[in-house]
Ligand binder design. Structure first.
Ligand SMILES: Nc1ncnc2c1ncn2[C@@H]1O[C@H](COP(=O)(O)OP(=O)(O)OP(=O)(O)O)[C@@H](O)[C@H]1O
Ligand SMILES: [Mg+2]
Length: 376
């Protein structure tokens, strides 16, 4: 079965036209980044890596990727780190060649004094302050690479973390540098939480708003579903699930490709072509819910009931919901708004609910599972 598994896993969709259109947009408006937003697990990081990076290279740009969540609380440090690595890569070969070429020149320096021969000319140290360092790094990297930089900032909502004042200051310096160096660098930001961005934009002064072009990152379309169905057909001598049904399920799963692939893979393992039944079986399989189950089991009755109410689309703070929660064994009386708020906060921290904005179950699969379960 291993080979079959590998084949479903290698179903992957390239989107070169989408990449080219983004690069075109960037080239047409120097200094103005693109901000691509889409829910979790939609394929944003994959796209940066598999589509945008090669497209940028093809165009003669130098792609640099930074995950701003790697250094929570210090997104600029994460950016600078990525730039420094790129600078190392760009200057190692150049410096080795440069040393050889420069040595005789040093010997014949203007005053005829032979200066320390082998020493490579040491550059001024990079500034310590992250904003200045960022600026200096862009300049040096551009000089070393000799081509425009494409700076890809993944998980850009990290920019909006921390206090409003620090987020604003950060966005301000990012903007200033990207504008000043607009002939040297283009930037793409991605994030899963438009709420966090909105929050940043809503703060007074709104440094990001006019400067980034905000776009919704598009989910994969039929080509992905067709590829999965094709793979199914290869395994099962032409039998395959209906495209319409796959489309419906994909939508229900929030267009998350890895999850979709997993469901179709398990359908294939069971020889099930009916998508509805296949998904029901998938949900019923303990192995697929083990992770969530373990998490849900650690929750108190109020949180569990609340997660389910949110999954069902009920207003968590509403009186009807609170009364209903009060009926659950172990909860006792209808909880106060304050209690429900605290429980929501815990569910957000655990990753069960979305981190900001209207509470929603983060994972559509968990959502489906919660809906199919009794309240407690
Ligand atoms: N074009 C694609 N073709 C096939 N599979 C894909 C494609 N894009 C994404 N996937 C699958 O979906 C998974 C999740 O994608 P990815 O990590 O890029 O999502 P994301 O939007 O960056 O999520 P997050 O917001 O959580 O960072 C990938 O690991 C991959 O298995
Ligand atoms: Mg990602």
């Amino acid at each position: 079965m291993a080979t079959m598994k590998a084949d479903f896993d290698s179903v992957s969709i390239q989107r070169p036209e989408l990449a080219a259109s983004y690069l075109g947009l960037l080239a047409s408006q120097p200094g103005r980044p693109l901000a691509l937003f889409g829910p979790r697990r939609l394929g944003k990081t994959w796209f940066l890596d598999q589509d945008l990076t090669p497209a940028a290279r093809e165009r003669g740009w130098l792609p640099v990727y930074a995950d701003l969540w790697l250094q929570r609380g210090a997104p600029l440090a994460a950016i600078n780190h990525a730039l420094e690595e790129a600078l190392d890569d760009a200057s190692v070969p150049a410096q080795a060649a440069g040393k050889l070429a420069k040595t005789p020149v040093t010997k014949l320096s203007a005053l005829g004094v032979s200066v320390d021969l082998g020493a490579a000319p040491s550059r001024r140290k990079l500034p310590e302050a992250p904003e200045l360092r960022f600026d200096a790094l862009i300049q040096r990297l551009h000089a070393a690479a000799g081509r425009p930089i494409l700076l890809m900032l993944d998980e850009a909502q990290a920019l909006a973390e921390g206090s409003a004042a620090s987020a604003e200051a950060l966005a301000g310096s990012l903007r200033a540098v990207l504008h000043k160096r607009r002939q040297q660098v283009h930037a793409v930001l991605t994030g899963s939480s438009p709420d966090a961005l909105a929050q940043l934009l809503a703060t007074a002064g709104a440094p990001m708003y006019h400067f980034a072009q905000v776009l919704n990152f598009p989910a994969l379309g039929d080509e992905f579903l067709k590829a999965l169905a094709e793979q199914y057909g290869r395994v099962h001598k032409g039998r395959k699930p209906l495209l319409d049904d796959l489309r419906q399920l994909f939508e229900r799963l929030g267009h998350k490709p890895a999850l979709m692939r997993d469901v179709v893979k398990s359908m294939s393992a069971e020889g099930e072509t009916d998508v509805q039944r296949g998904f029901a079986k998938y949900l019923a399989d303990e192995r697929h819910v083990a992770g969530w189950r373990a998490l849900i089991d650690t929750l108190g009755p109020l949180e569990r009931g609340l997660a389910r109410a949110v999954a069902a689309g009920q207003a968590p703070l509403g009186q009807a919901t609170r009364q209903q929660l009060g009926q659950l064994p172990g909860v006792g009386a209808a909880p106060t708004v304050g209690k429900v708020r605290a429980a929501l906060e815990r569910l957000r921290k655990l990753g069960v609910l979305t981190r900001s904005g209207t509470p929603q179950v983060e994972d559509p699969f968990l959502q489906a599972w919660l809906l199919g379960r009794p309240p407690v």
